[in-house]
Design a protein around this ligand. Sequence first.
Ligand code: TMP
Length: 210
Amino acid sequence: MDFIAHPSKEVQMTQRGKYIAFEGWEASGKSTQARLLSRRLDAVLTREPGGTALGVAIRDLLLGNGPAPTERAEALLFAADRAQHLAEVVEPALAEGSDVITDRSYGSTLAYQGYGRGQSIEELMRLVEWTSGGLLPDLVILLKVPVETADDRLGDQRDRMESEDVDFANRVVEGFNVLAQADPDRWRVIDGSGSVDEVAERVALAAGVK
Ligand code: TMP
């Protein structure tokens, strides 16, 4: 037991937490499932955009009723939120050994700004890499529900992104599918239909929770 003589060894013994992201189109049930899994794992629950004080302000700029950002400004604002979130919340929690569950991550930038808005996936990937410094989720759970089901769930109260038309929705959904297929070691696609408990069991299985 030589922790005191060599404090750095104590640090090395802390096992890094697991970093899990939930992704999906609007009203896919991912926020509920992220919360349930975080309870099950006793993990830090957070989200993008809006997981920090700065992020809350950025979220309001992005999704509120203020002036609409251009497509590039939108991508950069999501990136700014992520940079702050990773530095302030995610990285410190993982380093302490906590698991972290985030409601959305880099996949949303590629799916919404890339496939949805039509910006270059390659360029966005470079932006994601630069923003994250390589810190990507170990596991991404993509919750899938039909766009029509999501549309019914959303009702009339919609933010800027939720108000996009059905073609945009379909491009984003297809984008998520492509991302999941391209990186099967990281991404798991989960059927989001059925009761909350049924979906939670599928999620737990995918996350390797007993
Ligand atoms: P939500 O947290 O309620 O799902 O809302 C976040 C919205 O922001 C949602 O419409 C997806 C969108 N979004 C992007 O377009 N790009 C991103 O990088 C992230 C994190 C979210």
